[in-house]
Design a binder for this molecule. Structure first.
Ligand code: ADP
Ligand code: ZN
Ligand code: MG
Length: 482
């Protein structure tokens, strides 16, 4: 999926992260997901008259960690505003958010600039009943206020992304980064991480940005990528037809690939932002900032750089390992067990054949201990088994239908030990040459590519237990084509 030809894509993301605090942003109600509707409510989050919001200190600390992890400058005093709108998911008639002075700004993550990071509260959840739930013949909706008032951090990037795949990768990196901080569940399906994309196109090299449209609430990274790609195509075809892109908001339906307009875009003045009179400015103390800084773990992008610099792992592989917290931890476990095996070799096994075996067996697959992975890699490095056999050993270790949990045992029971005895291999090669006289003749008369059927015959007889390079060398030698 890429960018329509003849155009440059410009993409900016807005990401909402639900913080995993115990309680809501401005009251003491517990956060919950999946509980009975409307059991976590109180006069504050239901907006009863005369109630006052109180800022959740933990939410501020979490937001500071996110801001610092994204390299932002934290405002000495940021201001809460009321963002007015009228909809049943907001009992107050406004959302408390931040407007002209956000918590933090001017950061960057892996080359994408962060415009701002601010704190706000989530809206309640609407449940639209549809055809089955009509009341007196009219469409009806229910409201669950459990979610209303959940602390949210909104992260807004500058329009620095230029490709749907790049946007997806970057959003995944952001998610892993927040995940490492331990301040959110970052679960897209449950909505604790939500991603909107702003999309425009322009002629390559143009100074001015094109008119942007917004794609709302894509609930998986795959859909984010596909939605952006579909919207780029749509904009290109509007321009090709001589039209102009209108500033609109769309919903992307991943099932049909279609884009449905939601509403024309609101402007800031539609929200009549007002400073929240019931809250003082947010002024993090030096101590809070220091504690937030000290709580930062090694972040994925730092990890990627360390894997490249310290272990010589190629960038693409380093990215795969470092941007997936689980995989990175596994890799480091394997390194500890990996005495004598090159880290970049281990990295390849982790991201390549082990990942493939995992995908193949899915959720039922068995875990492979890092030490066992290293044992397989070492057998291949030492040419005790071929690479293909190494892959087979990993498959057997992951296979839920197999009971063998030790690589040596797999090699033994499946007789995977490489044919290392050179006289044995030579005899097999000679037989293969006899069996494929036509190919042999071609190789002899100077066509090295014709060697395929002979190699194939050797591999069939050895069941893949012969080293491919060694087999080729032997065949050429015997045919005088070395
Ligand atoms: P709005 O006022 O419409 O909310 P902002 O300037 O706040 O617009 O930007 C919102 C998001 O849209 C940001 O992520 C920003 O990077 C992105 N954005 C702004 N202009 C464009 C554009 N022309 N094309 C793509 N993304 C854009
Ligand atoms: Zn409450
Ligand atoms: Mg905006």
């Amino acid at each position: 999926m890429s960018v329509p030809s003849g155009y440059e894509a410009v993409i900016g993301l807005e990401i909402h992260v639900q913080l995993s605090t115990q309680t809501k942003m401005f009251c003491g109600c517990a956060l919950s997901f999946g509980d009975q509707p409307n059991v976590h409510t109180c006069p504050v989050c239901l907006a009863h008259p005369g109630t006052l919001p109180v800022v959740n200190e933990r939410a501020v600390r979490y937001a500071l960690q996110i801001a610092l992890a994204l390299g932002c400058e934290v405002a000495p005093r940021s201001i809460f505003h009321r963002k007015n709108y009228f909809y049943p998911d907001s009992p107050k008639g406004y959302q408390i958010s931040q407007y002209d002075i956000p918590l933090a700004a001017n950061g960057s993550l892996a080359g994408v600039r962060i415009h701002r990071v601010h704190l706000e509260e989530d809206a309640a959840k609407m449940v639209h009943l549809g055809e089955s739930g009509r009341i007196h013949g009219s469409a009806a909706s229910l409201v669950d206020f459990n979610r209303g008032g959940t602390p949210l951090v909104e992260i807004v990037t500058e329009p620095d992304l230029h490709d749907p795949g790049e946007a997806r990768q970057w959003a995944q990196l952001l998610r892993t980064t927040v995940e490492q901080l331990g301040v959110s569940d970052v679960n897209m399906e449950e909505g604790s991480l939500r991603c909107d994309a702003n999309v425009s196109i322009r002629p390559p090299g143009a100074e001015e940005l094109g008119t942007k449209t917004e794609l709302k609430n894509m609930n998986s990274f795959r859909f984010l990528e596909r939605g952006i790609a579909a919207e780029l195509e749509r904009q290109a075809s509007v321009l090709e037809a001589g039209g102009e892109v209108a500033q609109e908001t769309f919903h992307f339906d991943p099932r049909t690939g279609s884009l449905t307009p939601l509403r024309s875009k609101e402007y800031a003045h539609d929200y009549r932002y007002l400073p929240e009179p019931d809250l003082v400015p947010l002024a993090p103390t030096e101590q809070m900032l220091r504690e937030a800084r000290e709580a930062l773990p090694e972040l994925p992008d730092q990890r990627r750089r360390r894997y490249e610099a310290e272990f010589g792992v190629p960038e693409v592989t380093a990215r795969q390992l470092a941007f997936d917290a689980e995989l990175g931890t596994y890799f480091e476990g394997a390194l500890e067990a990996g005495d004598g095996v090159e880290p970049s070799v281990i990295a390849n096994w982790v991201t390549g054949d082990l990942a493939a075996a995992r995908r193949h067996f899915g959720a039922d697959g068995r875990e492979v201990a890092p030490a066992h992975l290293v044992a397989v890699a070492r057998m291949v490095v030492e040419k005790r088994i071929t690479h293909a056999s190494g892959r087979e050993v990993l498959d057997a270790l992951v296979d839920p239908g197999s009971s063998i949990g030790d690589p040596e045992e797999v090699v033994e029971s499946r007789q995977l030990a490489a044919v290392s005895d050179s006289s044995e291999l030579e005899a097999i090669v000679e037989r293969a040459i006899e069996a494929e006289p036509a190919a042999a003749e071609k190789v002899r008369s100077g066509n090295p590519k014709a060697i395929g059927p002979i190699v194939g015959a050797v591999m069939r007889e050895t069941k893949g237990r012969a080293d491919g390079g060694e087999v080729t060398r032997l065949i050429r030698e015997k045919l005088g084509a070395a």
